[in-house]
Design a protein around this ligand. Structure first.
Ligand code: NAG
Ligand code: NAG
Ligand code: NAG
Ligand code: NAG
Ligand code: NAG
Ligand code: NAG
Length: 337
């Protein structure tokens, strides 16, 4: 290893350094960069997950046997159809379809799964790294899939663990690096703040972290009824379909819709009052907080909570504007008479 290291080019050395950093992230380090709350994958073990809140890791657990945690859907999914994001060999031993997977511990390599449990690992040409998003070896010192975003929910902003005060926009498991126009990115609030100066030992605040998250939805459950759709109890958009043998199989409403257990249909988020994360599975920029009469909302890109103004105190979630009277959508609660 040492001999190789000494012979390696500058580019390859940079790559190895990045690769070892990737393997070194802990879930606590990931949570510390995120102002929002929700599930993350464990970079050390594809079967397990954590739950972040207020920049702390407040819960963790393991999916049922034969399931792996999928950061993209934030659910436990069958290993036969889901890439294990922590081990190429483990992915290939379970995957039933052929395809390429990145090697998370070494960005200069990639692995081809034959779809029958076997695999072959190949090295990129010297100095190149494997880019999983377009399945090629590319020049450059950075490893595209080496990002805390790889194990985090889609479409969130997090602090860049390697550049205090700068941020990553997590999109489909990749981190798009960004810098504030003014001030620095505060991972605690999820905003760029002029008055804020980042320091590497910024962590929050253990206050109000006693609530335990539910388990993320497993892809299967036991039902009491048959031929029935039930809410998954963990997300606003997931449901189980209970078949004739009372096995519930998890499914997700189309993007932009939430699951309504009363009608067993996927409906507009404003027509329900789901208390869970209403920014998930939606392209809403501003999502009302349930049970606040539409007076509080979340700015979805950062997860930051906010209020309208005294003259226009209510958020109309569908138009995305603050309005003077309470909108009639069910999410805003009962109308005053
Ligand atoms: C593939 O990666 C190369 C190098 O980063 C980039 O120039 C190219 O645009 C990528 N292609 C796609 C389809 O992302
Ligand atoms: C901890 O959080 C509370 C409530 O959000 C806040 O008032 C307080 O200033 C925070 N403390 C630190 C040290 O950040
Ligand atoms: C379903 O019920 C069976 C028998 O009680 C139990 O062994 C199994 O773990 C349950 N599965 C789930 C996903 O709860
Ligand atoms: C119900 O779903 C389970 C789990 O996917 C499956 O094993 C079982 O065969 C299904 N039963 C019927 C009658 O479709
Ligand atoms: C959000 O999704 C809906 C339904 O797919 C679409 O009609 C709307 O244009 C989208 N809005 C934005 C801002 O992308
Ligand atoms: C919402 O409005 C109703 C009726 O005006 C009121 O009783 C209730 O306390 C309000 N809830 C909140 C959280 O403000």
């Amino acid at each position: 290893m040492l001999a190789f290291h000494l012979k390696a080019t500058v580019l390859a050395t940079a790559c190895l350094m990045l690769a070892s950093q990737s393997a070194g992230y802990t879930m606590q380090e990931m949570c510390a960069q995120w102002s929002g709350s929700g599930y993350i994958g464990n970079p050390a073990d594809c079967n397990s997950w954590g739950y972040c809140k207020s920049q702390q890791l407040i819960g963790y657990g393991t999916c049922d046997k034969d399931l792996v945690y999928d950061s993209f859907t934030q659910t436990c999914q069958p290993a036969s159809t889901t890439k294990c994001s922590t081990s190429a060999q483990k992915t290939c031993s379970a995957l039933k379809t052929a395809g390429f997977v990145a090697d998370p511990s070494d960005c200069s390599k990639y692995t081809y799964c034959f779809g029958d449990g076997t695999s072959k690992t190949v090295s990129c040409p010297a100095g190149q790294t494997y880019a999983a998003n377009n399945n090629t070896c590319v020049w450059g010192p950075t490893c595209p899939q080496n990002s805390i975003c790889r194990f985090m929910p889609n479409n969130i902003f997090v602090g860049d663990p390697n550049n205090c005060g700068q941020f990553l926009h997590c999109v489909n498991g990749y981190g798009r690096w960004g810098k504030c126009e003014k001030g620095q990115y505060n991972a605690a609030t999820g905003y760029c703040q002029e008055s804020y100066s980042c320091s590497d030992d910024d962590t929050s605040n253990n206050s109000n972290n006693n609530d335990n998250p539910n388990l993320p939805p497993s892809s299967i459950t036991n039902c009491t009824e048959t031929e029935d759709f039930i809410a998954d109890g963990a997300t606003c958009y997931g449901y189980y379909f209970c078949n004739k043998t009372k096995n519930g199989v998890w499914g997700s409403c189309p993007l932009g819709l939430e699951f309504d257990e009363a009608t067993e249909k996927c409906v507009s988020p404003a027509s329900l009052s789901c208390p869970g994360n209403r920014c998930a599975n939606t392209n809403l920029t501003y999502a009302v907080v349930a049970n606040t009469n539409c007076t509080e909302y979340i700015y979805c890109p950062t997860g930051g909570k906010s209020y309208c103004n005294p003259e226009y105190p209510y958020l109309d979630e569908i138009s995305g504007q603050c309005v003077p009277t309470k909108p009639k959508y069910p999410v805003c609660g009962p109308q005053e008479t």
